[in-house]
Design a protein around this ligand. Structure first.
Ligand SMILES: [Zn+2]
Length: 104
């Protein structure tokens, strides 16, 4: 994880050209949660904004995925896949709300 985190926190000028929205990582999120989560809700620890996971700012050009708050650009989640495991760092969310009805 340390290698992936380097460079993000001190980067003041985010390159928005490299950003997509959370729907771009729907497949990866489905792998982790085994359910559709882009319509779920995440509350940002930093500013309190509640946003659909699919509307988070996604930065996918790193050796992992970084999801940021669409209001304050705080990092809400980091996801790194290795050959052995998936690492999910979700310290930037107060909570995730995932809809039970979308379970298979
Ligand atoms: Zn925020």
């Amino acid at each position: 994880m340390a290698e992936v985190q380097r460079g993000f926190d001190e980067d003041e000028s985010l390159d928005h050209a490299l950003m997509v929205d959370g729907n771009a990582v729907a497949g990866l999120l489905y792998e982790i949660f085994a359910m559709e989560v882009t319509t779920g809700e995440a509350e940002c620890v930093s500013c309190g904004k509640r946003a659909e996971i699919g509307s988070l700012l996604a930065f996918t050009q790193a050796p992992g995925v970084v999801l940021r708050c669409p209001r304050c650009e705080n990092i809400v989640m980091r996801i790194v896949q290795t050959a052995e495991a998936i690492y999910l760092d979700a310290r930037g969310v107060t909570y995730l709300r995932l809809d039970n009805l979308s379970r298979g």
